[in-house]
Design a protein around this ligand. Sequence first.
Ligand code: ASP
Length: 445
Amino acid sequence: MAEKEIKQEKEKKPFPLTKWILVGLAAGIVLGVIFHYLVPASPIRDDIFVNGIFYFLGQGFIRLMQMLVVPLVFCSIVCGAASMGDVKTLGVVGVKTLVFYLCTTAVAVSVALGISNLINPGLGVDMASLVASDPSTLGSTSSNTTVVQTIMNIIPTNPVAALANGDMLCVIFFALFVGIIIALLGRHVDVVHRFFEQFNDIMMKMTQLVMYVAPIGVFALLARTFTNIGFDAFLPMIKYMGSVLIALAIQAFVVYMLLLAVFARLNPITFIRKFWSVMVFAFSTATSNATIPLNMETLDQRMGVDRKISSFTIPLGATINMDGTAIMQGCAVVFTAQLFGMQLGIVEYLTVIATATLASIGTAGVPSVGLITLSMVFNSIGLPLEGIALIMGIDRILDMCRTAVNITGDAVCTTIVAKQSHYMNVDVYNDPHAGLDLSEIRESA
Ligand code: ASP
């Protein structure tokens, strides 16, 4: 069954959309560079193209994405929390898994913030001129508030107003609450549970459709940026990409491996060797959801993890545990703040760690959703959404990389919890040939 699903996934066309986004990216850069260096400033260039057509198409796309944020995050968190009803049945194992998931995500954002502050991807370029609003007011939503107030503000006094204002921390708090109550009431509120699940499906479909216009949006955003600042826009983009990739590598190959060695006393190299193919699969599909069958199969056959554990923790992880996505969001925050000359203080950093960890719960395991929940992290500290313009063009490639980390995080936590709760056959884990068929064993010899 699982094998069939994997085969079907592999047979599906591998993301023609990626190709189109890259075409949009390249076309936007080329046109922007031509406009910047070869076409002298004129009303046709500036008013009709740059601040007319490019602005309309780029902003239109950003608004479409913003439109999705509140309903998408709300439904996804309600459904995620409601499905945690199983935590009750799994008791200690369930709670341990949840704690691991949340802690690893918080660590992931912190790694991202640290690396980005070392690389400083957005320094040296002034993007503030591209924003319509007054840059001096950016970030003012939180810079004057204290840590206690920030934490207190998570509790909405009026949840409907929080939804209407897109007050994301309040929305998340309320959604978690609703989901947990649904889980507690169980069959009694079946209809409401199903309503949210179906509404969630609608939002996922809408996201997919909005993503079809991404190539046009990316084209327009990049054409406008490059017309305004020319080649100066290149270096920050590359540095941003570098910081995300370095932080992802640290999370996957240092943090996770240390966790495996310390909390499960297992050889991390064995894990990487056996899990590599699952990472490659996640990389090529950019969706955690599609990787669920292969992830469970590998943990079961090659690592000796009991399916009793993985059948709960892996689907849950693919829904709520997105460390790679949280890393991208941490890097994107520092990048954009630097581009727009905003200073981030301790309150902003703590807010970002909290929001990105919660955004990870609200990010569905399908391509590009991390980019949509990114706007809620930006909103939480008042960062301008225009910062997403540069990020968007290269996001598809980063999406593939972060998905590989997302599912590795699920598998590592599952392995640790299984080992600690004695739901694991360590002999299978240590046997390099476990789960391989004869031809694979011959190949690996
Ligand atoms: N593509 C990611 C996943 O499926 C989610 C995201 O970051 O967009 O895990």
